[in-house]
Design a protein around this ligand. Structure first.
Ligand code: ZN
Length: 205
């Protein structure tokens, strides 16, 4: 330790509140033009990753990808969220007892039974579906039961995934066919709750 032996009062031991406050960072001048050369998730910059389209009406908006990414790649980290006590149509579950307001355009990423993204709420990031590449112009979607145990507002699904693929009714993992759910990437807490429910059912038979 470089400062060992110095009297306490001469040490630079004040608390820094941001990285930029550190003395070695004083020469740091951001170059906004060069920033565009970095992958969008570095800054992060959702406007470079996705665009929101709307046909008017509360539930008639969707998000499209502005980038090509390979299957399983990181799409973006989920930032700027706030935790709320009551789940609603606009919240996303991120743990057994954790529900988040997203506070950004990722709110417009809709459900699909054949989703283009995986929302990993335990790592707080969105990844490209590990089974297929993401192409520019693809609609961005994730499988709501992969995050939600019980949906605050269940809905009839019009995702267009096709017969035998679309569930028809989306209510949250706790109320949907567990055998079919196994074909999807699911968050750890959802998997745990499904296993617990299966054990309870096995015990009551
Ligand atoms: Zn569907």
């Amino acid at each position: 330790m470089a400062t060992a032996g110095l009297p306490l009062e001469t040490q630079e031991n004040k608390k820094l509140h941001s990285f930029a406050q550190h003395p070695t960072m004083s020469k740091h001048v951001p170059n906004e033009d060069a920033a565009a050369l970095l992958p969008a998730w570095v800054n992060p910059d959702l406007d470079r990753l996705m665009m929101v389209r709307t046909a008017g009406g509360t539930f008639r908006s969707w998000a499209e990808s502005l980038v090509d990414l390979p299957a399983g790649a990181l799409f973006a980290r989920i930032t700027g969220v706030t935790s709320v006590s009551t789940p609603s149509y606009s919240t996303t579950q991120a743990g057994r007892n954790l529900h988040l307001e997203l506070n950004s355009n990722i709110h417009f990423v809709n459900h699909s039974c054949a989703p283009t993204l995986e929302w990993d709420m335990e790592h707080v990031e969105m990844r490209v579906n590990r089974q297929r590449d993401l192409k520019k112009g693809d609609m961005l979607s994730f499988f709501y039961p992969s995050t939600e145990w019980i949906l605050a507002q269940p809905f009839d699904c019009w995702c267009g995934a096709g017969e035998g693929k679309c569930f028809g009714r989306v209510e949250g993992a706790g109320r949907m066919d567990p055998t079919r759910l196994k074909g999807y990437w699911l968050n750890g807490y959802i998997k745990e709750m499904l296993e617990e429910e299966a054990q309870v059912e096995a015990g009551t038979k």
